[in-house]
Design a binder for this molecule. Structure first.
Ligand code: DI6
Ligand code: FE
Length: 428
């Protein structure tokens, strides 16, 4: 007997190699003990639905996708940067603001000043933005502390969000994000502190799964990144990198040399970087929210990434400076509109490929027997609509580990999502 069986559903399994979206129309999916126990055509179910599961849920032809994976966020931080937004609209560049002591360093001050509880509360609101669009796994980076105590406070806040939020959280120690002002005359001392003290401490306490760095002219050099990545790997942590966002620092190739799970941003990635990523199996994480918010013009080399067979993920990069975005669906739309991803690539980017970018490809990201029963159930007629609507309430149900954790009532006429989209699905 299964715990839960969803019927009258269309499934976008996102498995590779078959139909677009790995689709199964008129499908059914069963969960038991938190895992997907059966998936296929409803006609092939081994009996009557009511005899097969304790809870049988009818989906009215809604689409079931894997729960979304937001594989790159900075969800935990103090304050905001709306003032800086104003300055940028008046013509100041992101780099100008950073060099003048604003930017990341101003969020560092606000994050140091905030209590852990305050960080949890403000991040929980942003997390709610993600989960109401079907996110069941989110990566959260530290990096606004720059001292060990504050970095630990951020990582603990991120862990607490997992306990409270019906969501899986992967934590990343964003070690080299900005140079603390007190180290401005001794960069090497800060890099050594990160590599020799902070990384071992964070690894020993099990506070992070991976280590990230910001490899950029206003951040850190590839050599500095190399040093902390060696420390990360020696301490059993995976690595990821903010690479080639504002200029080509050859960070992606560095990341690939350390068998990085992902290199992220990549607007200025060159052919050698693409080749290195392909050889290492490093996922390219595209962050169209930051591209949009910075009014960037340089496009990541999508055709080259496709041509080389590099996995491409899409994420919100939710952060106060360059991507105050809490909508994975809008990130998908932007990936299509700005980067010319197909809607199928965009959905793969926030499911299968997002899972790969977190080293969770065997656990989540596609609908397959044995994987975690993390699902998003959508009131759409076709999965391409997930990249198409802007701001529409499409989610009908969110399922985490086999449990229905959010439902959006389909029978409330006043609910835009329920009424409008159910009507349109029935052709009215
Ligand atoms: N790249 C980004 O886009 C964010 N961090 C990074 O390394 C921006 C962080 C911020 O401006 O607060
Ligand atoms: Fe980022």
């Amino acid at each position: 007997m299964w715990d839960t069986l969803w019927v009258d559903a269309n499934l976008a399994t996102m498995r590779e190699g078959g139909a677009p979206y790995g689709e199964i129309r008129r499908g059914a999916l069963a969960a038991k003990d938190g895992r997907i126990a059966w998936i296929g055509f409803a006609a092939d179910l081994p009996g009557h639905a009511v005899d097969l599961a304790r809870d049988v849920r009818r989906c009215d032809n809604a689409w079931i996708t894997p729960g979304l994976v937001d594989c790159h966020t900075h969800l935990v931080f103090g304050g905001d940067r709306a003032r800086e937004f104003d300055l940028r609209l008046q013509g100041a560049s992101y780099e100008d603001i950073a060099r003048a002591g604003g930017g990341i360093v101003s969020t560092v001050a606000a994050t140091c000043a905030a209590s852990k509880e305050e960080l949890i509360e403000s991040a929980a609101r942003r997390l709610a933005g993600l989960t109401r669009e079907g996110v069941t796994t989110v990566e959260i980076k530290s990096g606004y502390g720059l001292d060990l105590a504050t970095e630990i406070k951020m990582l603990e806040a991120a862990g607490e969000l997992a306990r409270r939020g019906d969501v899986r959280v992967k934590r990343t120690f964003l070690s080299l994000h900005a140079l603390p002002p007190e180290f401005k005359d001794d960069r090497a001392a800060y890099v050594a502190l990160v590599a020799d003290v902070m990384i071992p401490a964070i690894a020993a306490q099990g506070l992070a799964d991976s280590v990230d760095a910001f490899c950029e002219t206003i951040g850190f050099t590839a050599e500095e990144g190399d040093y902390v990545f060696s420390a990360a790997r020696a301490n059993g942590l995976a690595v990821k990198l903010h690479a080639e966002q504002l200029s080509n620092q050859h960070g992606a190739a560095l990341a690939a040399r350390h068998e990085a799970l992902s290199a992220d941003h990549l607007e200025y990635l060159d052919e050698a970087g693409v080749v290195a990523m392909a050889a290492a199996g490093t996922v390219a994480v595209l962050l169209p929210g930051a591209f949009y918010f910075l009014r960037e013009k340089q496009l990541p080399p999508i055709a080259a990434l496709r041509g080389a067979g590099v996995s491409v993920a899409v994420a919100t990069d939710c952060n106060p400076g360059t991507s105050p975005l809490t909508s994975p669906l809008l990130a998908m739309n932007m990936a299509c509109m700005h980067f010319r991803l197909t809607p199928e690539e965009a959905l793969a980017g926030v499911t299968r490929e997002g899972a790969r970018a977190l080293g969770l490809g065997d656990e989540i990201g596609t609908l397959e027997v044995g994987k975690a029963a993390d699902l998003a159930i959508w009131d759409v007629q076709a999965p391409a609509e997930l990249s198409y609507w802007l701001g529409a309430p499409l989610l009908r149900e969110r399922v985490f580990g086999g449990r229905v954790v959010s439902t959006f009532d389909q029978n409330t006429p006043s609910s835009f999502g329920a009424h409008r989209f159910t009507m349109s699905r029935n052709g009215g």
